[in-house]
Design a protein around this ligand. Structure first.
Ligand code: CO
Ligand code: CO
Ligand code: CO
Length: 331
């Protein structure tokens, strides 16, 4: 289902007004947040999907890292998780165990506790987690609030959708697959920690199914801001540009362009492959975060010291028209 159809279904749900709800479904944020008492808020998210790599253990890790990411994108720490598994009868017990073990190992790395889960029989395998996090309410980051004078940092390279398409076509080289898998397995934990310590975070989200430009468009939804992106500054996974140039672009990228494209104006010089990669749906993508420009160089240095290869990808201006994203290609 595309982002448009999904939006319609979600807006048809009855609205719940409760002063304890700090983040509800209305703002398309990464997770929902509810106040428990004046010191603590509960952060909840759920995500699961079909295997995108053949290795069961790696798939389990990727699915868990992806599920945990929404907690980090809110500035929170994950506390507990529940497995959600759809397993076909043809999957062996060993394969199921490997998927679960991948997930459990990532939770360990995150410092979160697996409390249980639920498994159903299904023709197509799927795996993921519902994750609960906790945060002092004043530490909460939402996807809204970027200001003129901010810059946007992106903490992982793009291209996992294009590379998965190339993998299915049997065209991906081992090193290209390894780099994509490593990026997808990586937790956004270190990135979030550095941001908490070194940055004044005005807005944050993680880049997943709606692609870089889709999530960026959601970030700027109600704010009087415009954003300029320099296409070459976007970090890309090895092979992503070449495969996008060959047209190995997943259907999700076109759906994202259909839905969010009217918010974006591309300079004529921006090659189509870059445009496609900016709409490419990501699995377990990086954090996209708005911070004041004057903090950027110190934050990038601290991220690099924490082995997070982040890049400054865009600048926020106060110019009209509101909510417009301009993508340029530096000469
Ligand atoms: Co998210
Ligand atoms: Co999510
Ligand atoms: Co059950």
């Amino acid at each position: 289902m595309g982002p448009g159809a999904l939006e319609k279904v979600l807006t048809d749900l009855p609205k719940v007004e409760d002063p304890r709800v700090l983040v509800g479904p209305e703002t398309s944020d990464d997770a929902g947040v509810i106040l428990i008492d004046e010191h603590r808020a509960l952060v909840q998210t759920v995500d699961f999907f079909s295997p995108i790599v053949d290795d069961c253990y790696l798939f389990g890790q990727i699915a868990a890292a992806n599920s945990l990411s929404d907690i980090y994108a809110m500035g929170a720490e994950p506390l507990t998780a529940l497995n959600i598994a759809c397993f076909p009868t043809c999957l062996t017990a060993e394969e199921m165990r490997e998927i679960m073990r991948g997930g459990a190992d990532k939770l360990l790395e995150a410092g979160a506790i697996l409390l249980g889960g639920h498994t159903v029989e299904n023709p197509e395998p799927k795996f993921g987690m519902a994750v609960t996090g906790i945060i002092p309410p004043e530490g909460l980051w939402t996807n809204r609030g970027a200001k003129a004078g901010d810059v946007l940092l992106l903490t992982k390279p793009l291209g996992t959708g294009v590379l998965s398409t190339a993998l299915k076509a049997g065209l991906l080289e081992a090193e290209q697959e390894a780099a994509a898998v490593q990026a997808m397995c990586m937790l956004n934990k270190a990135a979030a920690q550095v941001l908490r310590q070194h940055a004044t975070v005005h807005a944050c989200t993680d880049v997943t199914g709606f692609g870089f430009l889709g999530h960026l468009a959601e970030m700027m939804q109600d704010d009087p801001i415009a954003v300029t992106v320099v296409a070459q500054e976007i970090p890309l996974l090895p092979g992503a540009l070449e495969f996008a140039q060959m047209g190995l672009v997943p259907a999700g990228a076109y759906r994202n362009r259909d839905h969010f494209g009217h918010r974006v104006s591309f300079a004529d010089s921006v090659p189509m492959a870059y445009q496609d990669l900016m709409f490419d749906p990501q699995t377990s993508g990086g954090l996209l975060v708005a911070i004041p420009e004057e903090e950027a160089s110190a934050v990038l240095t601290a991220l690099s010291a924490a082995k997070v290869s982040a890049r400054l990808v865009a600048r926020v201006t106060g110019k009209e028209p509101w909510g417009k994203i301009t993508v340029v290609f530096a000469e």
